[in-house]
Design a protein. Structure first.
Length: 543
């Protein structure tokens, strides 16, 4: 093959190599090299419309537009742009390389002839053209680039672009450690090599996000206006779940004046949603939908925000759920729609949405909590209990005390619903289970009254006649928490009422009167307390 010839053409000039000029399309090419095709396409299209751009600039822009078309599966557009490169500048090396790329998979010899032509004449002194040719082989899955890169590296051992290309090859082969070392080599030979910093950060954005952020900070220290650095930092923060940091860096990215792509704006709006900046997000949503009424993500975020704000526009949500092909919806769509339906009391439809989400992704066992809460609202305690069981089977480590409390309450209400039915024999079983769950709450939140309060209720239900005083220590514990605060008077009165009745049953009338009188202090119109006091006084008179 002719890559040896290509190298011999350019190698002879390496020792007398002058400072290499920066392409007028360098910014757009950087976006292209980072696979940010929307932004690259926009910048390159602007170059074609620019009255100040030379024909060489426009030919180069067309070459990269053609490559973007190939990478986005638009082969016809690729041919169009490569031919336009030739129209703008028939002798442009990019026009010949474009022709070579188009025939490379069918006629390698013809492609090599085009590549040789690209490196002829005045372009002999431009090693960057050789690198573009090597990338053409690499991008089109032709192994011919391997020996070519190796020999170029021997001759251009201080040229950062060689190391960047080799780093890209290592990334493609999933040799990430080697790739990062090569990008570091590029930075060593050019400490201002923006592409190398950005690609190094790309390598580690998932493997070691903090290391990636550190490299981007180094880039910003020498190049404060690197908007792509802010963009990558925002994406890394988003993936880490740090939405405040993500929003801050997207703000910096947008403030650089870059004309953002629709993808960037959509991602930023998503971050604003997760950061609960709903008003700001809605501004971008309205603008986005005005420009593109079929933007599914913007419609989705609008429904999510309405759901979180309890602005129950279920008609708008229903329209969204019918607007797009079924295959394009994600489980979260059904979850949010289900929650909106639940809030509007359309419980059967809500359950249907939650079930659909679970069918789409059975691993999302947190959805069972939504199902449990919805079934509970319909008094279907059997289904609610089963849904909670499924929820805890997949989330016991992450479950909060409030989850255990809600699970126990379902058992408690289920026991209450069995009163007077043939299944009332199961009441004690349900109440014992409720008590065990409330015990977990007290273990996890010993300074919160709720676990003790519901333990007291469950045990009071079991000891219905209050002869054993099972609930007594727990109502007393609730009082030690609530009385000093002076809050939640309703619960305090319930505690006083139980203890008043307990001492009445034990014929300890003085203590009984003490608690009933305490109840009257809080609620002077409490009829139960008044009747209890009157009854005790009658009993004491008889003595």
């Amino acid at each position: 093959m002719n890559y040896h010839k290509i190298l011999l053409i350019v190698i002879g000039f390496v020792f007398a190599l002058p400072a290499l000029p920066v392409s007028n399309n360098a910014h757009a090419i950087l976006y292209y090299r980072l696979d940010l095709f929307e932004s690259a396409n926009k910048l390159l299209q602007q170059k074609l419309l620019s009255s100040g751009a030379t024909n060489d600039d426009k030919a180069e822009a067309c070459f990269y537009l053609g490559n973007i078309a190939l990478k986005t599966q638009k082969a016809d557009s690729a041919g169009y742009y490569f031919s336009k490169a030739k129209e703008f500048e028939p002798g442009s090396p990019y026009a010949f390389i474009g022709d070579g790329i188009l025939v490379l998979s069918k006629d390698k010899k013809q492609a090599e002839a085009y590549f040789d032509e690209a490196l002829s004449g005045k372009n002999k002194k431009d090693p960057f053209i050789a690198i573009v040719v090597a990338r053409a082989y690499f991008d089109n899955n032709t192994n011919d680039y391997q020996e070519m890169v190796s020999e170029m590296k021997d001759k251009y051992d201080k040229l950062p672009d060689i190391y960047i290309l080799e780093g890209d090859i290592m990334c493609h082969q999933q040799k990430y450690g080697e790739a990062s070392s090569l990008y570091e080599q590029a930075i060593y030979f050019d400490p201002k090599c923006e592409e190398a910093y950005l690609k190094y950060a790309r390598v580690y954005e998932n493997l070691n996000p903090d290391l990636a952020l550190d490299m981007l900070q180094k880039l910003l220290a020498i190049s404060p206006n690197s908007e792509i650095a802010y963009l990558q930092m925002a994406d890394i923060a988003f993936n880490k779940g740090d939405f405040t940091m993500a929003a801050d860096n997207y703000n910096k990215y947008l403030s650089t004046g870059i004309e953002s792509s629709p993808h960037d704006i959509t991602r930023y709006t998503t971050i604003l949603f997760y950061n609960k900046e709903y008003d700001k997000a809605m501004k971008y949503i309205d603008e986005g939908l005005a420009a593109d009424p079929n933007n599914m993500v913007m419609h989705r975020l609008k429904m999510y925000i309405n759901g979180n704000r309890n602005e129950l526009n279920t008609e708008q949500a229903e329209a969204f759920m019918k607007k797009f092909p079924e295959s394009e919806y994600i489980p979260l769509d059904y979850i949010f729609y289900g929650r909106m339906l639940k809030e509007s009391k359309n419980y059967a439809q809500a359950c249907s949405q939650f079930e659909t989400a679970l069918k789409m992704d059975p691993s999302k066992t947190e959805i069972y909590k939504d199902l449990a809460e919805t079934y509970e609202l319909t008094n279907d305690y059997k289904q609610a209990i089963e849904s909670y069981r499924q929820f805890f089977s997949g989330n016991s480590q992450e479950a909060a005390p409030s989850d255990y409390l809600a699970y126990g309450q379902v058992y408690y209400f289920a026991a209450n619903a069995l009163k007077g039915t043939p299944d009332s024999v199961y009441q004690k079983t349900y109440l014992t289970k409720a008590d065990s769950l409330f015990t977990i709450v007290t273990d996890k939140s010993p300074n919160n009254c709720l676990g003790y309060f519901w333990r007291a209720r469950a045990l009071s239900f079991i000891d219905y006649e209050t002869t054993q005083g099972l609930a007594k220590p727990f109502y007393e514990k609730v009082l030690t928490i609530l009385e000093p605060e002076g809050k939640d008077k309703k619960k305090i009165i319930e505690c006083y009422s139980y203890l008043g009745f307990y001492y009445y049953v034990a014929t300890d009338y003085q203590n009984s009167l003490t608690y009933w009188n305490k109840a009257l202090v809080i609620d002077p119109e409490n009829e139960v307390a008044k009747r209890a006091i009157a009854g005790i006084n009658e009993q004491m008179k008889k003595k």
